[in-house]
Design a protein around this ligand. Structure first.
Ligand code: FES
Length: 150
């Protein structure tokens, strides 16, 4: 909602550049991501350049710049999953849904991200969709798993 960012900015004084992270966190919490429009508004409010804001926000992996998809896919690239072909799986998935980590498909069906470890290494390679763990994943199983999520 466009109004949400305005409300957040009103609550954070414009002379406090140190509030940038707080503002970014609040905007993401409210809107689900940091939009271009929000960056422009924050930039005007705090008098910080947009490139500086992007630089700060991209440093912290918690921020996303695309709207979340209806289904959120996380590919695990921790050591156990990496060894079991996690990268291969990620590449196949990128080709299948046409986006890279940090992006959302145009129809908003999926967004894609990487994680360091999902805590179930014995089931590697692992992929999580929303809160569901898909274990011992393979490229062959990809389409079948994706078809469960509209
Ligand atoms: S490394 Fe993937 S679940 Fe631990």
């Amino acid at each position: 909602m466009p109004g949400s960012t305005n409300t957040i900015l009103e609550q954070n004084p414009s002379n406090d550049k140190g509030s940038l992270i707080t503002i970014l966190q609040e905007v993401q919490k409210e809107e689900g991501y940091i939009s271009q429009e929000a960056i422009v508004k924050i930039s005007r409010h705090l008098r910080i350049s947009r490139s500086t804001i992007y630089g700060v926000a991209t440093f912290y992996s918690q921020f996303r710049f695309n709207p979340p998809g209806r289904n959120s896919i996380k590919i695990c690239l921790g050591t156990a999953c990496h060894v079991q072909g996690g990268d291969f799986l990620l590449n196949a998935l990128q080709l299948e849904i046409g986006i890279k980590p940090g992006e959302t498909t145009e129809d908003r069906r999926f967004d894609l991200g990487r994680v360091a470890c999902l805590g179930c290494c014995a089931l590697a390679p692992v992929m999580m969709v929303n809160n569901n763990i898909h274990s011992r994943m393979s490229v062959i199983k990809l389409r079948e798993v994706l078809s469960k999520y509209e």
